[in-house]
Design a protein around this ligand. Structure first.
Ligand code: GRG
Length: 294
């Protein structure tokens, strides 16, 4: 398969769907809807929704059924970035190749746009088609738990509390598994659910998402040290300055690369229950995430 074409076509599809799901920019209150769109519509690699759609394909589902769930997760991911960039959190000026939301519109409206992106995600999930094995309340619960106080937010709390401290490897893994891997894992699980995956396939996809999610954050940590802000489209080198808990800081750059490779291998292995043609996009995406430069 041609991964470049695959990524571009999926990104366009997701961008069009996000545009449809969000209230128009001229909907009242106009400021809020304009700001939500500023953060969501322009930019972002759309990795989580692309992975969700690829997981649906692996389970022989179709793109249209996976799209609402994929887009809901992208809204949650974007909310977490908007809030994370605030001065009271990571205090970042640059995201998705442009000034951060609060830099352009102010802290108050950035908080509210983040809140609204989180909330609209649940409205979008309510539009998804239930399947025989997964009703709407199961889908809603999946997303609520991943974004909630024991996953995404737990990871962010642990990340804030670890700043400037010496952390052990298991604490670091807790942060990464919750701050990053939980949403990524849910993206592929929801894709599989939209295809009415059986328990064996859902469990394989879950393991794939967990391993890939952790590898993804380790690569993100490595890129923060090795890449420029221009290439990343966000501020590089901040983790060292803020004395963040990262893999390169705790185990060094080379061991971090080894760990990302090891986890990616495990992610590939988790897909052994699928035929190689059904899982081809997931395998290609796992390789791409390991080799990515931004
Ligand atoms: C505010 C509850 C709350 C959580 C914030 C998202 C987050 C948790 C922190 C942001 C910083 C960070 C290292 C997040 C981990 C996830 C991550 C690597 C985000 C960037 O994902 P990409 O590269 O970004 O897919 P794009 O912009 O392409 O979507």
């Amino acid at each position: 398969m041609n991964l470049k074409t695959y990524l571009i076509t999926r990104q366009k599809l997701i961008d069009r769907a996000l545009d449809r799901y969000l209230p128009r920019a001229n909907t009242k209150p106009v400021t809020l809807h304009k700001v939500m769109r500023y953060s969501l519509i322009a930019g972002g690699k759309r990795l989580r929704p692309i992975l969700g759609i690829a997981a649906a394909e692996a389970c022989r589902g179709n793109i249209d059924d996976a799209l609402p769930l994929a887009c809901a997760l992208e809204c949650i991911h974007t909310y977490s970035l908007v809030h994370d960039d605030l001065p009271s959190m990571d205090n970042d000026d640059f995201r998705r190749g442009r000034p951060t939301c609060h830099k352009v519109f102010g802290d108050g409206i950035a908080v509210l746009a983040g809140d609204a992106l989180l909330t609209v995600a649940f409205e979008i999930v309510s539009k998804a088609k239930p399947t025989l094995s997964y009703d709407i309340s199961t889908l809603l619960r999946e997303i609520a738990v991943a974004a909630g106080s024991q996953k995404l937010i737990a990871g962010q709390v642990a990340d804030l509390e670890a700043e400037g401290k010496k952390v052990k490897r298991d604490q670091l893994q807790f942060i990464h598994e919750n701050k990053t891997a939980a949403i990524l894992r849910s993206s592929v699980r929801l894709g599989a659910m939209s295809a009415n995956a059986d328990a064996r396939k859902l469990s394989a996809i879950t393991r794939f998402g967990q391993r890939l999610g952790l590898a993804f954050q380790i690569i993100d940590d490595i890129l923060d040290v090795t890449q420029t802000s221009e290439i990343l489209g966000k501020s590089a080198g901040k983790d060292v300055v803020a004395r963040k808990a990262t893999y390169p800081a705790v185990i060094g750059l080379e061991k971090s690369r080894d760990e990302a490779r090891r986890l990616t291998r495990q992610a590939h292995n988790a897909l052994s229950v699928f035929s190689s043609s059904d899982a081809e996009p997931l395998h290609a995406l796992a390789n791409y995430l390991l080799e990515r430069e931004y």
